[in-house]
Design a protein around this ligand. Structure first.
Ligand code: ADP
Length: 660
């Protein structure tokens, strides 16, 4: 085996300047060469440039000047992507802080690099076990990182770094946060790794720790002051030339990678359950609000269209008020005039009005005797029925969309001035009577009056009540002693409202109250209805917005509690009570809410004036609006801060100090 060692890192006149060129460089004119298998300690005072150097080594930062080669590759010639790959395949990092995911197991933490490098999950356990074995923590693989000591966490961090089989391990003050015992263990682990062939570059303050290295580079003010570049190699030549085992290729399937990503996204949420719940709620309210608003606006639109449609219908009903004798005297008819005679006059008067297209009539008959198919005086054993009896004319049937099986005869026999008694049967009534429609020229008996059966109703149209009714023609109105008829009036489209208003006077000029119009919808209630629909829609949307903004505020406040953990801990440490911390957060919420309320009210009024002016409306508002805006802001600010304040007050000061 050759004793010639591979040069793994090389810097030629490397400098790094932060900020402007006027500033002193953090690193300047650094030229050095690091061979594979070396264990190097970088020492120097704080601010000397050690971290800057380590970041350049690890490709976390780029030099401002000079040339840097990793395993013979000039870094300047690599793309970002290639640099990322080279970093992942060559370097492992250990920092002063272990940066553990505390709610993840030691094994899970050690596997992080494998997951990032898309190693097939099935291949990970043996690699993780080996890495944990190396740092003597295999038995703690299943423990939560949060339950490990600082030293153990740092060793898990080393396991995490070596799991990806780096050729070079970069450690920035790996023992900086540890006591002597743990510090020694970590150094021993690094030594052992170095023996196995890993090149180690370690920054340290501690001269004792530095002594563990083979080579010590001291820097001061960004320059190399001394370099014991003759390594004291105290390990086998074999170890020196050993290449660490290569990381398995990126064999993880896309599907498995996606699943893993989703899994970790979900588990990140479950780790911070309260925060996730707040966020979830905010999104729920947001989407819910959107769906509600769209749904409501569509329903409101449909409602408005519906109202307009029914207002635009071209029909209305004229109903006689219950005063038959007054009607007869008004119409100059004898007291004994029949409903048909009344109908004739009323129909003529309504029909003469401008805009009226046709007039149909209908009346309910009062009748005590039974309906039979055969003559009741000769046949006693037969079905006898007492149905509702409705007097109608053919116009009425047409306007109500009622269809019979013999339309032509019905049109003829049910004319307003019909002379021959004729009936049409509702389908249910026909069945009750046992009427066989195949028999032509049939008749039935209304008490002792015979009437021709013209047909059976096929389609009830808008008159479902005709199903079991006997429908009789105007010629029979007198026989069955019908009440005065109602008139159905068909008008030109859009005319019903206008005509309905004057119909009373038109029919009975002497007493307009004898007949009353019934329209399907009237325009006054229409405008009120539309306004009401809009107001409730806008109200609901506003409330949704308010809830949404409160939730967002609560989430932001909650997150700020975490961001300010150190501050809270400090205040607790110097004697502030939980109560006072709580009060502080609530007060902050109140102040920002109040301020928001004031600004929001001002904005609202400005928008209102602007919008109204653009539309040519008179803006309507009063001081109540302003007060409401300010109060709402203050109240939501207060409410939104309650939960985060409670979380802040519960914060364990010791945990916060440790920065976890
Ligand atoms: P050390 O690790 O030896 O304490 P650093 O490499 O962190 O020293 O810092 C070297 C010099 O560069 C210091 O003066 C420091 O203030 C400065 N420095 C380090 N990082 C930055 C940065 N991101 N921006 C500006 N100046 C920096």
């Amino acid at each position: 085996m050759s004793n010639e060692r591979i040069e793994i890192l090389r810097m030629e006149g490397v400098g790094r300047t932060y900020g402007g060129a006027s500033e002193a460089p953090a690193l300047s004119e650094v030229s050095l060469s690091i061979l594979q298998g070396e264990f190097v300690a970088v020492i120097g005072a704080s601010g000397a440039g050690k971290s800057t150097l380590l970041n350049l080594f690890g490709l976390l930062d780029t030099a401002s000047t000079g040339k840097y080669l990793v395993a013979g590759h000039d870094i300047a010639e690599l793309s970002d992507r290639e640099r990322d790959r080279l970093r992942a395949s060559t370097f492992g990092f250990v920092f002063q802080e272990s940066h553990m995911l505390l709610k993840e197991t030691a094994g899970g933490n050690a596997a992080l690099g494998l997951s990032i490098n898309e190693v097939d999950p099935e291949l990970r356990p043996p690699i993780v076990s080996e890495a944990l074995e190396t740092v003597h923590l295999l038995e703690k693989a299943g423990d939560l990182a949060g339950n490990l000591s600082g030293g153990e966490r740092q060793r898990v961090a080393i396991a995490r770094a070596i799991a990806t089989s780096p050729r070079i391990l970069l450690a920035d003050e790996p023992t900086g946060a540890l006591d002597t015992v743990n510090s020694k263990r970590v150094v021993r682990t690094l030594r052992q790794l170095n023996d196995e062939g890993v090149t180690v570059i370690m920054i340290t303050h501690d001269p004792v720790v530095a002594q563990a290295a083979d080579r010590i580079i001291e820097i001061s003010d960004g320059k190399i002051m001394s370099d014991s570049s003759e390594p004291t190699v105290h390990r086998s030549a074999e170890g020196l030339h050993r290449e660490p085992a290569a990381l398995p290729a990126r064999t993880q399937s896309t599907w498995s990678r996606v699943r893993e990503r989703i899994g970790s996204a979900i588990s990140n949420h479950t780790v911070h359950a309260a925060r996730a719940a707040l966020l979830l709620l905010a999104f729920t309210v947001g989407s819910g609000g959107l769906v509600t608003a769209i749904g409501l606006s569509q329903s409101a639109a449909a409602q408005v269209v519906g109202r307009l449609d029914s207002a635009a219908l071209d029909e209305f009903l004229v109903v006689p008020k219950n005063a038959p004798s007054a009607v007869r005297s008004e119409f100059a008819l004898p007291e004994t005039a029949s409903a048909s005679e009344v109908a004739e006059v009323a129909t003529a008067r309504v029909g003469a009005l401008d805009g009226v297209r046709s007039v149909g009539l209908t009346a309910i008959a009062e009748f005590d005797e039974k309906i039979t198919l055969l003559n009741p005086t000769t046949v006693h054993e037969q079905p006898a029925v007492s149905p509702d009896i409705r007097v109608v004319d053919s116009t009425y049937l047409r306007l109500q969309g009622v269809r019979t099986d013999r339309e032509v005869s019905v049109q003829r026999l049910f004319a307003a001035d019909a002379q021959i008694p004729a009936v049409v049967l509702g389908p249910a009534l026909a069945e009750k009577l046992g009427y066989d429609q195949e028999v032509p020229g049939a008749q039935l008996w209304i008490g002792s009056t015979p009437a021709a059966i013209v047909g059976i109703i096929d389609d009830l149209g808008e008159e479902p009540r005709l199903d079991s009714a006997l429908v009789v023609n105007p010629a029979l109105a007198a026989t069955v002693s019908a009440a005065d008829p109602s008139l159905i009036v068909q008008t030109a489209p859009g005319e019903p409202a206008r005509l309905a208003e004057s119909i009373g006077i038109a029919i009975a000029p002497g007493d307009a109250s004898l007949f009353k119009a019934e329209t399907v919808a009237d325009l006054r209630s229409l405008t009120q209805g539309v306004a009401g629909d809009l107001v409730s829609l806008i109200n609901i949307v506003s409330w949704v917005l308010l809830v949404l903004s409160s939730l967002s505020a609560a989430t932001a406040a909650y997150l700020s509690v975490h961001a300010r953990a150190a501050e809270i801990a400090l205040r607790r440490a110097v004697g502030e009570s939980r109560r006072s911390i709580w009060g502080q957060f609530v007060l902050e919420g109140l102040i920002v809410g109040l301020l928001g309320g004031v600004l929001g009210s001002a904005l609202g009024v400005t928008m209102l004036v602007l919008f109204a002016t653009m539309q040519g409306w008179t803006p309507t508002f009063n001081l109540m609006f302003l007060a409401l805006g300010v109060a709402t802001g203050a109240a939501t600010g207060l409410l939104a801060s309650l939960y985060p304040a409670a979380v802040a007050a519960r914060q364990d000061p010791a945990l916060a100090v440790r920065g976890t």
